[in-house]
Structure formats: structure tokens, C-alpha cells
Write a protein that binds this ligand. Structure first.
Ligand code: HEM
Length: 445
């Protein structure tokens, strides 16, 4: 199958091997397209230039945009000598000790350190926490009255990540809960805007961010002090304990400020993304009675295969994080017949890859059967990015969505109707349902 609107991305007889076809609009206009009307702008540019082209936008500068699976594969399999994390990235917001801000061996070592907390037995240990938090949050859901699911999902995922990171509840977590939600709301909007000089910060929204950050660090330092004094630290399976026990080759531990940066990263990256995906799940199920009926039947019979397929399809059809970025570190990077020069940004357009009709016929259709019994993986499915920087919380997020969805379906009947689809609202990092994923439910007896 070929997409006639799209030029061959691997065309080697291109007129200029250095620069893929550029979008010829003023930088500011491209920037507005990228920041505000991204989906529409990208669709237009793909139609015009094909699945590799170059834009020039504020903050990222000249950036090569790709959404063809062969090109995506090249980006995902590139070595750390060829491509590093995009600049600016979320490390600017979370601090230099954040996984987002690390490259090379420091990045590899940190991932190795964190991985056990988000896979295997650890996920099994979190199941009960996720189920309990879902039951607690949904205990007072109204019946026969439309409500937004996004905020309840945000509270569930925030509580879950806080409890898995710190291993316990307590007054400090209560304080963190109050800080993190407004911090995320503001921080997302400014995540990619270069911070102003320190002396001007107190006259700008950064002042608020700085205040939030100080409060966060104060509470986390208290929790670190509690953990340090805990005689059972050696046996604890929470993320903070993993980080506190870690040792560099010279036997020194991780600096406390790096621990704060990393915990903030995991809390922020780990809750709103998953909550948005869950909000979209309810938005889709309300409009797809056949899928919903199949899910309920499966839940009642104790199965999970169709639910997994539904989650994968949801993450395809409503991409929460629509772009993954890299920067060329080598003197150049060969990408599908183009020679991309050093320091150029490469943006993988996850949403456009997921909407490619050559990979997914009728891509706008929500059809979990696409993934029944088949794998969802790079380079055609990229909800969690790919390669060395693939989302470290991917398995955790899927397990969390699975248990939240199962628990809700066990306890509630979701009413279906032909309401118009909710549009997407971009909060700065994540794409959420504009009306909050509204549903009407009844308690199952
Ligand atoms: C549905 C939920 C989620 C989605 C859609 C999502 C998506 C992504 C994407 C697209 C990336 C960039 C990957 C790349 O550059 O190739 C990423 C990175 C990351 N995510 Fe997630 N994520 C989710 C949940 C989580 C959770 C639950 C956590 C932590 C508990 C988490 C922590 C991170 C971290 C730390 C990174 C940076 C990885 C690195 O640079 O090595 N995410 N995520």
C-alpha cells in the first residue's frame, strides 16, 4: 500500500542531501504552528513535503521531523555517540540530576539503577496499591450524572506514584500531593522555555516554580532523613530506598540533590501522562459500546487479553506524548539518504507515525482488535518512545492503566452514547481530552 500524498522518505536522489525539504514560512509562524496548532500544521507539512522535512522553530531551532517507520527505526537504533537527548529537554525543569538531563554512561547507569523498581516483581507489589487507590477515589463517584474523569485519574496516579516511590504514606506525602498538582500545571507550560537570568526570576512565573521547588526539596530531604534512619532500609523495595542504597564505583552514594531531581522527575513524568491516557480511555469507551461490552465480559470472566489490546490501541489512537526528540552529536547523522549535520534537532512525530494509513488502515478508528494477539513495538508503535531513552515507566504505566480500568469496570457500568468526540487539549507536555474525559456511570450491583 502506498500513501500517494507522501513522497518517498528514503529518496537518495534528493537535490540536497544535507537538508531535507524545508517548510518555507517565517520562523515565528512555524513556531506558532508547532506550539499551538501542531497536529494540523504537521498534517499539512507531511502532505506537502513527505515524512521527512525540516522546520525552524523557537527553542529547538532547525529540526528534522520524521514519521516514517524506516526513519524512526534509524533514530531509535542510533548510538549515544550519534544522537543524544534533545535540547532543551525536561532536565531543564527537573534539574541536572534528572534522567532527562543525563547522557552517556551516567544515563545508562541511572537507568540500570531504576529499572528494577519499574519491572517484574516490583510491578506485582504495586497492584494492590493501584486497586486500593482506585476504589478509594471512585467511592463517591456520582451516578447518572456526567463528570470529568481526568482529575480523579490524576489523583489516583499521583497517589500511586508517591506511594511506590516512598514506600509509605504519611503527613509529608499529604504535603507533596498539594504541591505537585499546581507545580505540574505551571511547569508543563514553561518546560521548554529557557529560564531567565536568576535576578529577573522573582518578577516572573519562575518565582512560583522556584517556591514550589524549594518546598518539594524541603519535604523530600525530610523523607530522606527518615529513610536514612530506617534500620529496615536494606530490605525496602521503594524507589527512594533503591536510590539511597546505590553506590558509584568509588563507593560514594548518590548526591542528595540528584535524588531530589530524580524523584521529582518520576513523580511528574509518571502521573499526568498515565492519567491523561486513562481519561482518553473513558472518553473512547463512552463512544464504543461494542468494545466496552467485550471488556466487561472479559473482566467478569477474569481475563485480561482484550483489555491489554485496548490499552495499546488507546495509546496509538490518542497519543499522549506526541513527539520524542534527539540532537545530533556526531559530525553528521545519516538518515534515510540525508546527511543531518551536528547539533541539528531530530523530532520523531509519534502521533503522525500512529496515524500513518500504510501501517494502520483507517487510522482514526478505535479498534483494539488491531493489537489482539500481536505486539505493539517500535518502529510502528511508539507511545513510549524508543531506543536507549524509551520511557522507563512504560510497563508500570500499562500495568497501572490495566488495573485501574479493571477495577472501574468491575464496579461501574459506563453509559454509552453518540456524544461528539472530545477534542485534544495540549497542556505543554501531555495531550488530554479537552472536556476531561466525561462519562456517566452507575454502580454495578
Ligand atoms: C501512559 C503513560 C506514559 C507515556 C505515554 C509516556 C511516554 C514517554 C515518552 C514518549 C518518553 C520519551 C521517550 C523517548 O525519548 O524515546 C518518555 C520518557 C520517560 N518517561 Fe514516560 N510515559 C508514561 C509514563 C511514565 C511513567 C509511569 C514514568 C515513571 C514512573 C515515566 C517516566 C519517564 C522517564 C523518567 C522518561 C525519560 C527516560 C530517559 O530519558 O531515559 N513515564 N515517556
Amino acid at each position: 500500500m502506498t500513501d500517494p500524498a507522501v513522497a518517498n522518505p528514503c529518496e537518495t536522489s534528493a537535490p540536497n542531501r544535507l537538508n531535507p525539504p524545508p517548510v518555507r514560512l517565517p520562523k515565528l509562524v512555524q513556531g506558532v504552528g508547532f506550539a499551538v496548532f501542531r497536529r494540523k500544521a504537521m498534517r499539512n507539512w507531511i502532505k506537502r513535503h513527505g515524512r521527512i522535512f525540516e522546520i525552524n522553530v523557537p527553542f529547538f531551532g532547525r529540526s528534522v521531523v520524521v514519521s516514517d517507520p524506516a526513519l524512526v527505526r534509524s533514530v531509535c537504533s542510533a548510538s549515544a555517540e550519534q544522537l543524544v537527548n534533545v535540547q532543551p529537554n525536561l532536565g531543564n525543569w527537573f534539574g541536572p540530576g534528572s534522567l532527562f538531563g543525563l547522557d552517556d554512561s551516567r544515563h545508562r547507569d541511572r537507568r540500570r539503577l531504576l529499572a528494577p523498581a519499574f519491572h517484574g516483581q516490583s510491578l506485582k507489589n504495586y497492584e494492590k496499591i493501584i486497586e486500593d487507590e482506585t476504589l478509594l477515589e471512585s467511592a463517591n463517584w456520582p451516578e447518572d450524572k456526567e463528570f470529568r474523569t481526568l482529575e480523579p485519574m490524576n489523583r489516583i496516579t499521583l497517589n500511586v506514584i508517591l506511594r511506590t516511590i516512598f514506600g509509605a504514606d504519611g503527613p509529608e506525602l499529604e504535603e507533596l500531593r498539594e504541591i505537585v498538582l499546581p507545580y505540574m500545571k505551571l511547569g508543563q507550560l514553561m518546560a521548554f522555555v529557557p529560564a531567565p537570568p536568576f535576578w529577573t526570576r522573582r518578577y516572573s512565573p519562575w518565582r512560583k516554580l522556584d517556591d514550589f521547588r524549594k518546598a518539594f526539596d524541603r519535604i523530600v530531604f525530610t523523607l530522606i532523613a527518615h529513610a536514612d534512619a530506617d534500620p529496615g532500609l536494606g530490605e525496602r523495595a521503594d524507589v527512594l530506598a533503591f536510590l539511597l542504597r546505590s553506590r558509584h564505583d568509588d563507593r560514594t552514594g548518590m548526591p542528595r540533590q540528584d535524588i531530589c531531581d530524580e524523584l521529582l522527575t518520576l513523580i511528574c513524568a509518571g502521573h499526568e501522562t498515565t492519567a491523561s491516557a486513562l481519561g482518553w480511555t473513558f472518553e473512547r469507551l463512552r463512544r464504543h459500546p461494542d468494545v466496552l461490552a467485550e471488556l466487561v465480559r472479559e473482566v467478569d470472566e477474569g481475563g485480561s487479553e482484550f483489555r491489554r489490546a485496548t490499552i495499546l490501541e488507546l495509546l496509538r489512537v490518542r497519543t499522549v506524548i506526541d513527539v520524542a526528540g534527539r540532537r545530533v552529536r556526531a559530525s553528521n547523522f545519516d538518515l534515510g539518504g540525508w546527511r543531518i549535520p551536528q547539533d541539528r534537532t531530530v523530532l520523531v512525530r509519534i502521533a503522525d507515525l500512529h496515524e500513518n494509513p500504510e501501517i494502520y488502515p483507517q487510522p482514526e478508528r478505535f479498534d483494539p482488535y488491531r493489537f489482539r494477539g500481536s505486539r505493539a513495538a517500535a518502529p510502528t508503535w511508539l507511545a513510549f518512545g524508543g531506543g536507549a531513552r524509551r520511557c522507563i515507566g512504560a510497563d508500570f504505566a500499562i500495568a497501572e492503566m490495566d488495573i485501574v480500568l479493571r477495577t472501574v469496570l468491575q464496579n461501574f457500568r459506563i453509559q454509552t452514547d453518540a456524544a461528539p468526540d472530545e477534542k485534544s487539549y495540549f497542556r505543554g507536555v501531555a495531550h488530554t481530552p479537552r472536556l476531561g474525559g466525561r462519562v456517566v456511570v452507575n454502580r454495578r450491583t
